[in-house]
Design a binder for this molecule. Structure first.
Ligand SMILES: Cc1cc2nc3c(=O)[nH]c(=O)nc-3n(C[C@H](O)[C@H](O)[C@H](O)COP(=O)(O)OP(=O)(O)OC[C@H]3O[C@@H](n4cnc5c(N)ncnc54)[C@H](O)[C@@H]3O)c2cc1C
Length: 393
């Protein structure tokens, strides 16, 4: 879909000049969201039957790279409007749930995926948010934190431990919760409790959400194919798409930094020569290029593996490698600018702060490598002291 990629490139040019403004004012880039929705880049992976473009993940990552080169914040919005929560709803939801979610995203909503809790980060299956069955609904109680888009997103996929009416635990699944106070949808028991102050990606709210006796009707429950007992594992297969998307943002930021570095090496003179003539910097540049290119190949391979979601091992490998590589590439680009790179006259300092996130959010590099090791060794790699607990399975 070269037209989508051309569109993304044109939008990226428009987004670049204001990337600094969103960062410095810590504001969500609503005008960019409107442009992305207008261009059909919000929800492009949604099947055509539901109003989307049915774009493949390979098309989507190419779009994401273009946007990320210019504006990390906008690229994150594109990822979450095409991968992760929306992928899970479109794959595992009922027709009614799809009919609810698709138009929201196509109109510009960036869904929020709510998994992490104060005491359940990497050990996500240790989550304590509960959903207790009561008649024709579930009652949700718990706290989620570091929820991207909390306070601006309308569609939320909230992960919780499910209990039947007799109090027996059934597993983990996702609950669809809408919040849109401007349009009168402000569910009782749903509180945006606080916002984090982050080092990068400053225009994106990262929120703590509190659920207190929040009522979710039965028809808003996601029922993954193997039931609640394997619900977490099934939903995580959808999340592999978001990992590929997140790795692509990191790679795109690195690719953008590389372009800035190439420009500056020719512009800046020291010792009577352009920086470009110094071999020490030439070799850095060569390594940066190889890192970006290798990341892109791994990410494209992972995106291409989607059936319907990217392969877990390929997604973990691509995200871990791309995110770690991007931090180094952007840091080296900043180094080439000397003091100028450290100041905000150039975008490098913002890119450096932005890119630092990608070895943390959406599965840390360590957890992804642990998953990879399990696959490579063909063995289970329990992280709990007593071996696999039921919750880790
Ligand atoms: C900007 C941002 C956005 C986010 N957005 C969302 C979101 O939208 N929704 C959501 O649900 N969550 C979100 N998160 C949370 C993110 O998924 C978690 O931060 C991540 O899973 C790690 O959990 P933690 O921060 O609690 O770190 P911890 O789990 O406490 O880990 C701390 C450190 O220990 C390491 N570690 C932990 N266990 C192991 C192990 N077994 N082996 C080796 N090393 C280990 C980790 O790699 C890390 O370096 C976001 C985070 C950030 C920073």
């Amino acid at each position: 879909m070269t037209d989508l990629i051309d569109t993304a490139r044109a939008l990226a040019e428009r987004f670049a000049p204001r990337a600094r403004e969103w960062d410095q004012t810590r504001s969500y880039c609503w005008p960019n969201v409107a442009d992305l929705a207008q261009a059909g880049l919000m929800g492009m992976t949604i099947p055509k039957d539901w109003g989307g473009k049915g774009a493949s993940y390979l098309d989507t990552v190419q779009v994401i790279e273009e946007i990320a080169r210019a504006c990390t914040l906008s690229a994150r919005i594109v990822v979450e409007a095409n991968m992760g929560a929306i992928s899970a709803v479109m794959a595992y939801g009922t027709d009614a749930q799809r009919a609810l979610a698709a138009p929201l995203v196509l109109a510009g909503d960036k869904p929020a995926i709510c998994i992490t809790e104060p005491e359940a980060g990497s050990a996500a299956t240790e989550m304590t948010t509960t959903a207790r069955r009561k008649g024709d609904r579930y009652i949700l109680n718990g706290i989620k934190h570091w929820i991207t888009g909390g306070g601006v997103s309308k569609l939320h996929l909230v992960f919780a431990r499910v209990f039947d009416e007799s109090g027996s635990e059934e597993g983990i699944t996702g609950f669809i919760v809408l919040r849109d106070p401007e349009n009168g949808i402000d569910p009782k028991g749903f509180e945006v409790a606080r916002l984090e102050r982050t080092m990068g990606l400053c225009g994106m709210p990262e929120a703590e959400l509190r659920f207190t006796d929040l009522e979710v009707p039965d028809d808003m429950v996601l029922r993954p194919p193997s039931g609640f007992r394997r619900g977490f594992a099934d939903l995580m297969t959808a999340y592999n798409s978001q990992r590929v998307g997140a790795g692509t943002i990191a790679m795109g930021v690195a690719a953008g930094a590389l372009e800035h570095a190439k420009r500056y090496l020719k512009e800046r003179h020291q010792f009577g020569r352009p920086l470009a003539e110094f071999q020490g910097l030439q070799w850095m540049l060569a390594d940066m290029d190889a890192g970006v290119h290798a990341s892109r190949l791994l990410l494209h391979e992972a995106a291409r593996s989607a059936a319907p979601f990217p392969d877990m091992f390929l997604a973990a490998r691509a995200k871990a490698f791309a995110s770690e590589t991007a931090i180094k590439v952007v840091s080296d680009a900043l180094q080439m600018f000397g003091a100028r790179g450290y100041g905000d006259a150039e975008p490098l300092e913002r890119m450096y702060r932005d890119v630092r996130m990608f070895t943390i959010g959406g599965g840390t590099a360590q957890i992804l490598k642990t998953q990879m090791a399990g696959h490579l060794l063909g063995m289970r790699v329990p992280q709990s002291r007593g071996g696999y607990s039921d919750r880790e399975r």
